[in-house]
Design a protein around this ligand. Sequence first.
Ligand code: ADP
Ligand code: MG
Length: 248
Amino acid sequence: MSTSSTEPLLEARDLVAGYLPGVNILNGCNLVVHPGELVGIIGPNGAGKSTLLKALFGLVHVRSGSVVLQGEDITNERADTLVRRGVGFVPQNNNVFPSLTVKENLEMGCFLKPSLFESRFEYVSELFPRLRERAGQRAGALSGGERQMVAMGRALMLEPSVLLLDEPSAGLSPSLQDEVFLQCKRINATGVAILMVEQNARRCLQVVHRAYVLDQGRNAYTGSGRELLRDPVVIELYLGTLAKATGG
Ligand code: ADP
Ligand code: MG
C-alpha cells in the first residue's frame, strides 16, 4: 500500500501505562496511524483498549514509551493541547453535555476557535443532517444514535487530522450500528484519519483499512481488516467468542 511510505500521523511506541501505582495496564503497545487511514482496535473486554486511547490522548499517565504526532513527541500532553494540534477524542461514555442543546454541544467543540463555528457546523451537518434538524433540542433528549452523532460532531469541530473513537457503536441497535460504521467511513473519506476501538469486531474489520488486536495490554496481531477476518487464530481467539458475546 502506498501509505506505508508516508510519515505516520500518530504513533504509539512501547507504551506502558496504568492507573494504580505498580500496576501496568498497557505493557508495551505499538501502533501506527497513517494520514487518512481508518484503523481499528479490537480485543477482549479488559484488554486495555480504552486505556490505550486515553493514554494517546493524555488522559492516562504514560509511564514509559512515547506518543508521537507527525514526528513530534506528545507523550502526556494535556488534552486541550492535543485538540489544538488536531487530535479529536470521543470517549465511550458521557460524551455529550445532556442539558445543552445540540448546537451548544457543537459550540463547546469549537470553544478554542469560535470563529470556525459556522463553517464547521456546515461540514458536520453535511455528515449528520439530523444534527441540523435537532440543533435546538437538548442532547439528553436524543436517541442513542443521535447522541453518538453529537459526540462525533463535537470532536470534528476543530478540524482534527485524526479522530479517536471509543466503541462508537456500543449500545445501539444493529441498524444504527451499521449507520455508525458508514458514518465513520464517510468521515474518513473527507480525509480524517480514524482510530476506532470496537467490541463489534467483525463489522469493525469489514470497514477498516488495518486493525490491531489488543490482548492483555499488548498488541497481539495486526494486519488489514481482510487478513484478520480470515486469520484462523484471530477467528478462534477473538472473533468466535466476541461474535457470540455481541450477537454479531
Ligand atoms: P477495554 O477497553 O479493553 O475493555 P480498559 O482499558 O477499560 O479495557 O481496562 C483495562 C483494565 O484497566 C481493566 O482491568 C480495568 O479494570 C482497568 N481500569 C480501567 N479503568 C480504570 C481506572 N479508572 N482505575 C483503575 N483501573 C482501571
Ligand atoms: Mg473499553
